[in-house]
Design a protein around this ligand. Structure first.
Ligand SMILES: C[S@@+](CC[C@H](N)C(=O)[O-])C[C@H]1O[C@@H](n2cnc3c(N)ncnc32)[C@H](O)[C@@H]1O
Length: 264
């Protein structure tokens, strides 16, 4: 009988992260929180936080919408620890116990960080991202939640980092002509994810955003499209035709512990 290995992160997994890199320190803090999360979430949150960190100087404010346990914001704060920016607002309509456990654990590992972090219980539709120098982000925003997140960024003149999830023509909150265009693309053989995300890209560009679509490595998560967008000087254009949306190649993963390789 094969040995059963838990796919959930255990406190004892801290033994895999004994180094002094920022990834090791953050992984230990995550393990110490005793959060019952799938191991792959450690890798996907770290990879996305690293991508965001490597792209640009930290903004004044990050609003992590649909943040769940909020790990992404803690990773981003840790990566930006040498800077006085950003302040992170984790927003979710429900704050799970795991969010408090992560706050305690990251506060112990990085005492300066909790002062820069707030958890706000609110609906994504009520996010007001106006005020300048703000990044709205969401990892695995299910269905039409992705469209609420896009509208929060567009309405606030903020930058965006979005990993859409649970693609569905039924739940997407798009204009009817965009839904119709996505449906046509699917009928023409396109994948549902790319058809809907293609319309999201077109909508963002129409609103004057400059979009850069990339991917998280597929071995971390199959729902791996990452839409980066920022208010730009490009002339807004209107289109609903499907276009290829991907530019840059995916980044490499931080090496997971060898015992995990078959689990991610
Ligand atoms: C799939 S989870 C993603 C959590 C986290 N970003 C992650 O990747 O681990 C989706 C989250 O969206 C939250 N959510 C769903 N609808 C929401 C809404 N309208 N406003 C705010 N949060 C919402 C849920 O409570 C849940 O925590």
């Amino acid at each position: 009988m094969p040995r059963l290995v838990s796919k959930k992160l255990q406190a004892s997994d801290a033994r895999h992260f004994v180094g002094d890199t920022m990834f090791d320190r953050c992984a230990r803090a995550t393990c110490a929180a005793g959060v019952n999360m799938p191991k792959k979430e450690l890798l996907e949150n770290w990879t996305l936080a690293s991508m965001i960190h490597d792209r640009a100087a930290p903004p004044a404010r990050v609003v992590d919408v649909a943040s769940g346990h909020g790990l992404l914001g803690w990773f981003l704060l840790a990566l930006c620890a040498a800077s006085r920016r950003p302040n992170v607002f984790a927003v979710d309509r429900r704050m799970p116990d795991s969010a408090a456990a992560l706050r305690d654990s990251f506060g112990e590992a990085f005492p300066a960080l909790p002062a820069r972090h707030r958890y706000v219980v609110a609906d994504a539709a009520d996010v007001d991202a106006r005020g300048g120098d703000t990044l709205v982000l969401a990892l695995h925003a299910c269905g039409g939640l992705s469209d609420l997140v896009i509208d929060a960024a567009v309405g606030g003149g903020a930058s965006l980092c979005l990993v859409p999830c649970c693609h569905s023509l039924k739940t997407a909150k798009m204009a009817p002509e965009r839904l119709a265009a996505a449906r046509r693309a699917v009928d023409g053989g396109a994948g549902l994810d790319e058809a809907l995300d293609g319309q999201r890209v077109a909508y963002l560009e129409e609103r004057g955003m400059v979009v850069d679509a990339t991917k998280l490595p597929e071995d971390i998560t199959p729902k791996n499209t990452v839409l980066f967008a920022a208010p730009g000087v490009a002339a807004p254009r209107s289109r609903t035709t499907a276009v290829p949306i991907f530019g840059a190649a995916p980044r490499a993963l931080p090496r997971p512990p060898s015992a995990w390789r078959s689990l991610t």
